[in-house]
Design a protein. Structure first.
Length: 763
């Protein structure tokens, strides 16, 4: 079982960050960035005068100036600021059939798109088209639809507030609320779950709260890869002696040890800071059971403390004044056996009791969570149980305490805030009507799963994508591919070529846009856009690089072009708005009162925080109080336990950004030059007569909507430090195993992180 016998698989001994990160950045910059002014631009990322890092949504620790070193931020920037170009000559050389055989990495690696392109079915090539002609043809195709609800308007989360606001305005004036977006595959469980619990679908903490907390729980997120700037925050907390408690089926290096590239001492002495004090390797899908186990242990210990004459472990004053529903939660927890909790969570009663006691001892606790919580059939319930746990000790709406969902794309939260939602609140629609003088549709629209279903069964005839790679990111890509090929119209606003663009409809257009790193010049001069981070801070971002091509347009300008061509009777002065983005922000402010003083307030370094009522203990829930919510059962791990099946979770490598594959390494997990691996515990391999390095097939154990077997063939099994009963493979390669029907009924989030599979020798 010598690990070094398998090509590209070996142990990684170092900490997260450290010299490895510095080398990786140097390589990214050398390989992708051509000119030195561009490198300088990189160093201005997250400065008030520069652009917001397109990497992740973690706030800038200093809110002011210095560039916070971050390997994966540097990769994101250099990938966008590459010197390579995907030109009309390239499209002339390669037919779409030919391009389909490129790998996903190769498609994007061609570089930035330079010209608007239209698909020509006769030759099977994309050919350049003038902007105006593209807009006219798209406008005609949209107008030709018998019903505006037959079009789907997707948004990926890099889009700025200004572009997203104009986009939703265009789409609503056109007449639909069909807004599938990347949030539907990401933090929708948060957007749906938290409003019922605490009255707001966002996190309640600020960065400063991390300086005042006494414990941090990290559930189902991988900061070293996906939120690298968070490592500095965790490191500072660890240095203060704050226990950091991780719940993750994989032992992720960055949650164990981190060497800060900004600390000369740690770099020179090869020292690192231990991050987690406690690491619980629960089963994938075991979170509901884990959270209930901790609450059950806490409530039992509370009763014992009271019996001994102590004050108890719950915040009784807070519960009485601010909450409802505790009795029902108590009944639910009392009805669960420890045996069932242990089996479903993969953790022992002693471990859960230990976690409960860390929680009980801390005055202030912050719970951070990511996709390990949301991407499950019980994602919404998982989120609500986290809220329950926090409410038991009054850990919401107090300094140093709160809930911290780690958002994905750098402006996914902002896009939602400014109206990208298939379930628009009446206040939004009323305000649009008041400010713009047209009556927006009131019907609920489609989220991502519904949009794919509508494309597959012919109810949707057109798809417009503001960025992203929807069919690749989705569960069941083959179904999405077939659905997209049946469309009348496909439009992609994008920076780089990806597979979704090759799923051609009757008419297909690729519209190349400016990236966030680039100078955006409009009639009134150079423009800034704004974005909202994970902690509801809104700040300005201004590109500094020369655009990749003179033919690029900004996303707001493209939306305006589409709107003018599609809506001859429009009530909106699109050209006037796009001439000066301050005007767009004034309109955002008119529709969303929380943005009062928008243009002025983004002038201050770090921007401003949108009001989060729950942070001030005001509860905009149906009950008017923070609400304990009961979720029956113990979740996926309990439901999915078909005999000899493992629960497969799909994860990101260190060298990818969602469907963008930068490279084939996953340094911290010891993988080099490949992605065709499935991580399994040595014990689960042995139980199947398999060993480290064996070639295996991974088959969906319980497809519930199809007869065709679903098998990922020719994977290499890697014995890994992962919870028993759990397997892990990379997204998006494993998406074929995720059935579209297997999603959270409440939020529509696909169950990417609990797929029951059987693993056997490749045959
Ligand atoms: N460099 C880089 N940065 C990114 C991204 C990227 O792809 N690359 N993507 C961005 C986006 S859109 C998002 S949403 C975020 C994603 O950020 P994360 O939420 O960190 O993303 P994942 O890699 O999907 O997985 C999270 C972690 O959950 C663990 N896990 C898997 N299943 C379970 C489970 O059932 N329970 C628990 N408790 N843990 C589990 C995995 O082992 C992994 O460590 O990152 C954003 N930032
Ligand atoms: N199995 C599995 N599937 C998953 C997940 C998982 O964990 N497991 N995670 C899910 C999650 S959390 C998410 S958020 C989705 C991601 O889904 P998406 O957001 O749809 O996918 P991305 O890969 O981020 O999109 C990449 C493309 O965006 C375009 N792009 C990049 N920058 C810009 C820009 O500034 N403007 C425009 N217009 N386009 C730009 C480029 O053309 C690039 O090819 O995937 C989901 N799918
Ligand atoms: Mo995401």
């Amino acid at each position: 079982m010598a690990k070094d016998k398998v090509p590209g698989v070996g142990p990684y001994g170092g900490p997260a960050g450290g010299w490895g990160a510095l080398q990786a950045v140097a390589k990214a910059i050398k390989g992708e960035m051509a000119v030195s002014s561009e490198v300088r631009a990189l160093l201005r990322a997250n400065q008030p005068s520069g652009f917001d890092c397109p990497g992740c949504a973690w706030p800038d620790p200093r809110h002011t100036s210095s560039f916070e070193f971050c390997e994966n931020g540097a990769k994101a920037v250099s990938w966008e600021a590459t010197g390579r170009r995907t030109t009309p000559a390239f499209f002339a050389e390669h037919s779409v059939t030919d391009l389909w055989n490129f790998s996903d990495h190769e498609l994007e690696a061609q570089g930035r798109l330079t010209h608007p392109m239209a698909y020509d079915a006769a030759t099977d090539h994309f050919r350049p088209i003038a902007w105006d002609e593209a807009f006219q043809r798209i406008g005609q195709a949209l107008q030709a639809l018998p019903d505006p609800d037959m079009a789907e308007f997707y948004t990926s989360g890099r889009t700025s507030n200004e572009a997203a606001f104009l986009y939703q305005l265009f789409v609503r004036e056109f007449g639909t609320n069909n807004f599938p977006d990347c949030s539907n595959m990401c933090h929708e469980a948060t957007s749906v779950g938290l409003p019922e619990s605490i009255g707001v679908g966002k996190g309640t903490v600020t960065l400063e709260d991390f300086d005042h907390c006494d414990a941090i729980f990290c559930i189902g997120h991988n900061p070293g890869t996906n939120h690298p700037r968070m490592l500095s925050t965790l490191r500072n907390a660890a240095k203060r002696g704050v226990p950091i408690v991780a719940f993750n089926p994989l032992r992720e290096r960055s949650l164990e040890r981190f060497a800060s590239p900004q600390s000369p001492l740690e770099m020179l002495t090869f020292r690192s800071t231990k991050i987690s004090s406690f690491y619980y390797q629960l089963k994938a899908g075991g979170d509901l059971a884990m959270l209930k186990g901790i609450m059950k242990a806490l409530i039992e210990a509370d009763a014992e403390d009271l019996a001994r004459g102590g004050p108890g472990l719950l915040d009784r004053e807070f519960i009485a004044e601010h909450t409802v529903g505790l009795e029902a939660l108590r009944t639910d927890l009392a009805g669960l056996s420890w045996d069932a909790i242990e089996a479903a969570s993969g953790l022992t009663r002693a471990q859960l009791g230990e976690a409960a006691s860390i929680y009980a001892r801390a005055k202030n606790t912050i719970i951070c969570y990511g996709m390990g919580i949301t991407q499950h059939r019980h994602g919404t319930q998982n989120v609500q149980q986290i809220a329950n746990l926090l409410l038991l000790r009054g850990n919401i709406g107090r300094q140093g305490a709160g809930i911290c969902p780690l958002r994905g794309h750098s402006n996914v939260q902002g896009d939602r805030t400014v109206g990208i939602t298939e379930i628009p609140p009446a206040s939004l629609l009323d305000n649009i009507e008041r400010v713009f003088g047209f009556a927006p549709p009131r019907r609920k629209g489609h989220g991502a799963v519904e949009a794919i279903q509508a494309m597959c069964d012919g109810r949707a005839r057109a798809l417009v994508c503001m960025g992203g790679n929807l069919p690749l990111a989705m569960a069941d890509p083959e179904a999405a591919f077939a659905g997209m090929r049946r469309l009348d119209l496909a439009v992609h606003v994008a920076t780089k070529l990806n597979r979704s663009h090759l799923l051609t409809a009757k008419e297909t257009f690729i519209l190349p846009c400016l990236g966030r790193t680039e100078i955006d010049m409009q009639e009134s001069g150079m423009q800034s856009v704004t974005v909202e981070d994970s902690m509801s801070m809104v700040h300005a971002s201004q590109g500094t690089l020369t655009p990749a091509s003179e033919h690029l347009r900004s996303e707001p300008a493209i939306v305006a072009g589409l709107a003018l061509a599609t809506l001859p009777q429009t009530k909106v002065d699109w050209a006037w708005l796009v001439a000066d983005y301050e005007r767009i922000r004034d309109k955002i402010e008119a529709v969303f009162p929380d943005f009062a003083g928008y243009n002025e307030r983004i002038q201050s370094p770090g921007g401003f925080r949108l009001p989060i009522a729950a942070s001030e203990r005001r509860w905009h829930t149906p009950t008017g109080k923070a609400t304990f919510l009961v979720a029956p059962g113990l979740g996926e791990a309990a439901d999915d336990s078909c005999q000899d099946a493992l629960i497969l979770t799909t994860i990101r490598s260190h060298d990818q950004y969602n469907t963008t594959i930068y490279g084939l390494n996953d340094r911290y997990r010891g993988i080099t030059g490949r992605r065709d691996v499935v991580f399994v515990s040595a014990q689960d391999l042995a139980a199947r007569g398999l060993g480290h390095g064996d070639l295996v097939d991974v088959e969906l154990a319980r497809g519930n909507d199809r007869d065709q077997p679903r098998i990922l063939r020719g994977m290499t099994a890697v014995a890994h430090d992962i919870a028993a009963g759990t397997a892990a493979a990379y997204y998006p390669e494993a998406n074929g195993l995720v059935v579209l029907a297997n999603h959270d009924r409440r939020s529509g989030t696909p169950s990417y992180k609990s797929v029951p599979v059987r693993i056997r020798r490749a045959g």
